[in-house]
Design a protein around this ligand. Sequence first.
Ligand SMILES: [Zn+2]
Length: 405
Amino acid sequence: MDDLLLRGGIVAGQPRDIAIRDDRIRQIAPRIETEATETLDVRTKLVLPGFVESHIHPDKAFIADRAPGLQSGGPTPQTIVAELKKTFTVDDIRQRASRALKIALRHGCTAMRAYVEIDTYVELRGVEALLQVQQEWDGIVDLQLVAFAQEGIQHDDVTCDLLREGLRMGLPTLGGCPYMDKDQTGHIDWFFETAAAFGARLDFHADSSDDPAMLTCDYIAEQTIAHGMQGQVTLGHLSTLDMLEPTHRADVIAKLHEAGVHAMSLPATESHVKGRNDARHTWRGVTRIGELREAGLNVSLSTNNIVNPFTPYGHPDLLRQALVAAMTAHLGNPEQMAWLLDLVTVNPARALGLSDYGLDEGCRADLVVLDAATPAQAITEQAEKLWVCKDGRIVVRNSRTTEFM
Ligand SMILES: [Zn+2]
């Protein structure tokens, strides 16, 4: 007896039945004769493995109404949020983060990597809150936490100790932000040394600037190879690649590929934050998603910020991010639309090291069923996520009603 049977969903372009028992996909086949506790008719509906948010900030979500927004020549979002962080309590962070997870789940997300800011302003209150959230959402959304230095490490002499304490509290990944410090290579060196000491993975917010002289991803790639950390380092933003001469950019991308780093594009935040101080151009700041993928890198898309000064309209819906990426990175051709949803499913799963992920027999039954027959239709129509299944259990059912009168 199976727990759940999905009848006739579109899997890799073909109609397939999917039988689920316990928390696993037991069988995928054109027709499965079986008894199941629950059967869903999903004929002509696209079935994907659960969406994976690879770069998101639930600890500073839903604070856009606590400060004025960005203006040309005005304070950076980092400066505005640093001030707000001083007032964050554990309970405040926990409630806002839970709200973010709930919306992400409603939109088909079953796993995420979230940053937890650790610095003199918020100290370890975010860690305490997010560890509670991780426990509350266990079995519904798999939550990986990153001990993240949003403020850099060179402005005071306590942040490094606090970051080490965050790792000791059980956070498996260390997150750097070189562009927040004057000595960027010194910053990067500290993160590689500390990751080695704790056996942590590394995740950098890297190259957010429009100044090619600020580029760091080539140095991070060198250090990744020197420390034997190929496959364990993730880079978010990479906006500066867009400002390099094409031959220089190709050399840097080849180095990133050699180092096996995972690339995360954050198109909604880049589109809101970048290019505000240049009267001549409106730089969109989105990295070269197509070129990175073409060079063989593992590229993902993620939501990044949710309703805060970095992205006031940020919303944890990865199907939306696929559309934003298509619009901002020239990725609308049929062949590109066909692979864009890999950037919110299998690619981020690989970057996060998720085990038994995917639409194969024996994989964990984390699935989303979309009200569309193809990825292109799903992106174009922003199709409803009809069912979300986590560990073999239906955890969300959505519907849209339209009446033509
Ligand atoms: Zn970020």
